[in-house]
Design a protein around this ligand. Structure first.
Ligand SMILES: [Fe+2]
Length: 177
């Protein structure tokens, strides 16, 4: 369906759906503002809006950082947490492999990495990188048309509070497994 006809079809399809809605139930939602959920079912012409290539999946690079900032230590300092990042799918520079700055766990906090010091941790699926939490790193930009999947497991000294409280999120019977 060509552009303008597609917009007309969307308007025609959405109008009765909105007419049947009532307004919001709070000041935040707006008493006269109508919202339509589950619109892929109720207005099939909206489905194509979810799949233009411009929305899929490229992602800009994450800022370089130290995970150590979760705790009040300064660098250089004690290694209180060790990270491991497991590649579920291949890690390539193009799909945003995590960027690492080797040796930066020993730097003071003022020193910023030069571009040549930043290395993408390229690796095939089923590999892992292991790193001290105070090394500078960050996800790369994903300029490919594929998704990159990883599992991050961080090992933290027992006297530090974990970022994710597994005593609450993992029931005892699951922990036993
Ligand atoms: Fe991180």
């Amino acid at each position: 369906m060509a552009g303008l006809a597609r917009f007309d079809a969307r308007r025609t399809e959405l109008a009765p759906q909105f007419n049947a809605q009532s307004g919001g139930e709070s000041e935040f939602l707006g008493a006269r503002t109508k919202r339509l959920n589950n619109f892929f079912m109720r207005a099939p012409t909206t489905r194509q809006m979810a799949i233009p290539p411009i929305l899929l999946p490229s992602e800009s690079a994450q800022a370089l950082h130290r995970d150590a900032f979760f705790y009040p230590f300064h660098n250089p300092g004690p290694v209180t947490q060790q990270g491991s990042l497991w590649a579920v799918t291949d890690f390539t520079a193009e799909n945003g492999a995590t960027r690492i700055v080797p040796g930066s766990h020993l730097w003071d906090e003022e020193r910023q990495p030069q571009a040549a010091e930043v290395v993408p941790a390229e690796m095939p699926a089923d590999s892992a990188i292991i790193y001290a939490h105070n090394i500078i790193h960050g996800s790369g930009a994903n300029s490919s048309d594929e998704q990159r999947t990883a599992v991050a497991l961080n090992f933290t000294l027992g006297w530090l509070r974990q970022q994710e409280n597994q005593f609450l999120t993992l029931p005892p019977e699951k922990a036993r497994e």
